[in-house]
Design a protein. Structure first.
Lengths: 132, 132
DNA sequence: CGGGTTTCGTTAACAAGTGCATGAAATCGG
DNA sequence: CCGATTTCATGCACTTGTTAACGAAACCCG
């Protein structure tokens, strides 16, 4: 995913940080354990990644109402801005890829990958490493 | 690729080292630059990975006949043994995956991925990160 | 209630890779 | 022969995966 990685580098975010941002964008405010599950990260990694994102002001944590062991992680406005900006960029790259590789095949491929990912998650087997 | 990673850990090889081993297995004796290209690694990474593999006695270097800047990297007998052993293991894991996910879909998926990889290589776009 | 157990996030420490800049040797071309 | 180029190696900063241990909070049950 070279081009995507380059884009992220420019934005000052690592791949995993971006992964977490996307998960948060999809899920809305979440607790760390859920994020780790969805982003296929171990908690120690997530801790570090969240620390980084927080330092950049892209996410913020708000205390959980009833459970003081955990908390909510949510995207800040700056974070949403970054998402908006780079989802565009990401789509541009995807379009280019589509151009070269063919829309129809790409769709089939992504469908299959999604099925595989779903299936693997169910049985706890594979873990996705990278996505567009 | 959790199960594969576990298998490799048991064999005392990292993912990237295994990647290099596979490339060598396919290509036969090669020079570092070609390996780096095929394994999608930068030379600095490859240098270190080769150092590791050499230390484990899985690969060996033989001097190039005419160009003393470079050399040939080849798999040792121990290396081939490891490949043989874990290609079996790998196939077992693959079979399991096939079981869960369905032979036919898996074939389609791998076909598409191969096309995509070929296409990307041609235009220098994407780089594969991991494979079964 | 109260003590053991479980859950949850954090920290520390180590191994491994990445990317970049740089270095050093060998080769090539004029 | 000399400078440019090629090819691999190194050092450094940074990120991540992994494991183990920890501390706090919540839960459960006698």
């Amino acid at each position: 995913m070279v081009p995507i990685r380059a884009m992220l580098a420019e934005a000052g975010v690592t791949e995993q940080q971006w992964r977490v941002m996307r998960v948060l964008h999809e899920r809305g405010p979440s607790d760390p354990a859920s994020i780790a599950r969805d982003a296929c990260l171990l908690m120690p990694s997530l801790t570090r990644i969240l620390r980084g994102l927080e330092a950049k002001g892209l996410v913020a944590r708000t205390p959980h109402e009833s459970d003081r062991r955990t908390f909510w992680v949510r995207i800040t406005e700056a974070g949403e801005a970054l998402i908006a900006a780079h989802l565009d960029e990401s789509n541009r790259i995807l379009a280019e890829l589509e151009d070269r590789y063919g829309r129809e095949r790409l769709d089939r491929l992504l469908d299959l990958l999604e099925e595989l990912a779903a299936d693997s998650a169910r049985s706890g087997g594979l873990a996705p490493r990278e996505d567009v």
